[in-house]
Structures are given as structure tokens and as C-alpha cells.
Design a protein. Structure first.
Length: 349
């Protein structure tokens, strides 16, 4: 098959998503399982990174650290180390799931376990490589913001001494950080696309090393710079468009659901407001029960919508790169299925 443009890969990706998730026999539990794995592997990494950035950028921590005892500082370090280990474990499981879901999408199987077991060595090496890249990226980001550290220290000292923050100092720190922050975000997105969309398939299908996977990807990028640039833009824009569309579609139903839950909670609270003893306990249990049911319903709806979108994103990456990487393309579209899949210019040979 010929290499597809970034725009041409959209339609086959949507078709493959529909066939993979909704083709008979359709089973709700299987659908929810696949959607959950897709949502975790496509969305959770970004959320974890975003939360980490928020925690590190808090301006209240600086002054408070001067009031901590050595025992409290040791406890904070221990908790930070424990949190780091937990984040690593979560990221490891996510990496294994990404390879498992890669196997599901390339072989059209709805079983997670075969891919989880098949790609264990490759996933372990890919995880170690990602950790190394992540550490280097964090060090690079730290070096970029390090010239501003003395300014932040002066700002913290001013706040500690009870003086208001110096507006000129705040502006001198904030304004230059905006383009740096944007550059770091763009670099993080580009790095994520390179690792997951370009290098992971070589790890999985060729048992390639980091150098081999990067060389194979870079050779294709150099040959089609414009196509890969357009793909990178659409790879970022399409999920944003999908998210906006979902918000618009679900806004009214979501408000109705929230209103119904709030009304039910208020009614129960009012009914048992004067109750005591066993009756008060029953009222509390009912409120908790309705809250749990509403949360579970919201999670099911979120997974049912986010899963197909996440799967489509992964299918889009596979279809675009698979039209340039023969081993991947042969798995996705055997010669007999190219026409049915809607691939333009179907068989190349």
C-alpha cells in the first residue's frame, strides 16, 4: 500500500475503530474493558504529568519550608520517594498495557492478556528507555528554568518577611517563563508522539533497541518531512476537536444529571434533617448510595465515550505510520482487506 497523508489516514482509522469496538459479537463488558484500557493508555500519562507540574509550581511551599523541623523534612522526603515509586509502578503498568493494546489493535483481538505476555521483554526495555528519556527531559527543563531560581528565592523571602510581592519582580519572573513553559510543553508532546507513535512499533515487531527504533523512524521522517509535520499537527488537533465536541454534546445531559443527583441528595437530606439515631444513619447511607451510583454512572459514560476516542487516536497513529512501515502495515491491512478498509490507492504491489 502507498504512504497515506495525514488527512487520508483519518477515515481508515475511524473504520478500524468502529470494526474493532462495535463489530458483532458486541459485549458490553468487553467493550468497557477495551475502552478503559484505551482511556488509561492514551490519557492518563498526560494527566499525571499535568498534576506533577501543578504540584511543583505551587508558590506556597517555599515560605513554609523554613518552618519545617528536620523530622518533618525527613517525612516529606520519604513521602516524596514513596510517591515517586508509586508513579513509576503506574507508568510501568501503563507501558505494559500500551503494548497489550497495540497487540489488540494490530491483530484485531479483544483479549488483553496475550499481548501483555507476548511483549513483556520489549515493554520492559521500552519502560526503562522512557524513564531515562524522562529523567533527561526533566533535567533539561530544570536547566531552562534554573536562571529564575534566585528570583523566586527573593520573592519567597519577601513573602516570609510579611511584605507584599514585588510586582516588577513577579513580572520579570513570569513573562520570560511563558515562552519557556510553552516550549517545554511542545517538546513534551513531540517526544510523546515520537516514542509512542514511531518507536514503539519497532520495539514490538522487531525487538529493536532504542537506537535502531530511532534510526528507522528518523529515516522515514527525513524522507517525508512535510507529511510527518502535518501528522504531528493533526495528532494534536484531532483529540482537542473530539474533546470539544464531546463537551458540547454532553453539556446539557450532564447538567441534567447533576441537577437530578443534587435534587435527590437535597430531598433525602431534608427528609432526614431532624432524624436521629438509626434514622439519621439510614439517611446518610441513602445519600452515600445515590452519590456512589451517580459516580459509577458518570464513570461508565466517560469510559464509553473516551474509550472510542482514545482507540481512534491510536488507530490513527498506527494507520499513518503503518502505511510507511511494512511490517506494521501488513498486520493492519492484509492485501485482501485493503480495499474494504477504505485505503486509497490500495495495493502497492
Amino acid at each position: 500500500m502507498r504512504a497515506l497523508s495525514a488527512a487520508e489516514a483519518i477515515s481508515p482509522a475511524i473504520n478500524r475503530t468502529r470494526e474493532f469496538l462495535f463489530a458483532p459479537p458486541f459485549r458490553w463488558l468487553t467493550f468497557l474493558k477495551l475502552c478503559l484500557v484505551a482511556a488509561i493508555t492514551e490519557g492518563l500519562g498526560t494527566n499525571l504529568q499535568s498534576n506533577a507540574n501543578k504540584n511543583h509550581s505551587s508558590g506556597d511551599v517555599g515560605p513554609m519550608i523554613y518552618h519545617f523541623s528536620p523530622m518533618m523534612i525527613a517525612a516529606i522526603i520519604a513521602v516524596a520517594l514513596l510517591l515517586f515509586v508509586v508513579v513509576l509502578l503506574i507508568f510501568y503498568v501503563m507501558t505494559r498495557l500500551r503494548f497489550a493494546y497495540f497487540h489488540c489493535l494490530t491483530t484485531n483481538t479483544r483479549l488483553i492478556k496475550p499481548g501483555w505476555n507476548l511483549y513483556r521483554p520489549q515493554a520492559n526495555r521500552f519502560f526503562r528507555m522512557n524513564v531515562g528519556v524522562g529523567i533527561c527531559f526533566a533535567l533539561m527543563a530544570a536547566l531552562m528554568v534554573s536562571p529564575f531560581i534566585p528570583g523566586f528565592i527573593r520573592l519567597f523571602h519577601n513573602i516570609q518577611e510579611g511584605r507584599g510581592p514585588d510586582v516588577s519582580l513577579v513580572l520579570s519572573l513570569a513573562l520570560p517563563l511563558i515562552p519557556i513553559f510553552m516550549l517545554i510543553v511542545v517538546a513534551a508532546i513531540a517526544l510523546d508522539i515520537i516514542l509512542r507513535d514511531g518507536m514503539l512499533p519497532h520495539y514490538a515487531l522487531e525487538d529493536a533497541t532504542a537506537g535502531q527504533a530511532w534510526s528507522a523512524l528518523w529515516e522515514r521522517v527525513l524522507a517525508e518531512k512535510g507529511a510527518f509535520f502535518a501528522y504531528g499537527i493533526l495528532r494534536i488537533v484531532l483529540p482537542v476537536i473530539a474533546f470539544i465536541g464531546i463537551v458540547i454534546v454532553l453539556l446539557v445531559p450532564g447538567l441534567v444529571l447533576v441537577g437530578c443527583v443534587a435534587g435527590a441528595e437535597y430531598a433525602i437530606h431534608s427528609a432526614f434533617a431532624e432524624a436521629a439515631g438509626a434514622q439519621a444513619a439510614i439517611g446518610a447511607v441513602l445519600e452515600i448510595f445515590i452519590g456512589v451510583i451517580a459516580l459509577a454512572f458518570a464513570l461508565v459514560i466517560g469510559i464509553s465515550i473516551g474509550g472510542p476516542v482514545s482507540t481512534a487516536i491510536r488507530e490513527y497513529a498506527l494507520v499513518f505510520y503503518g502505511s510507511r512501515y511494512q511490517k506494521l502495515g501488513e498486520l493492519l491491512f492484509p492485501a485482501s482487506q485493503l480495499v474494504q478498509a477504505g485505503i486509497p490507492g490500495a495495493p502497492a504491489d
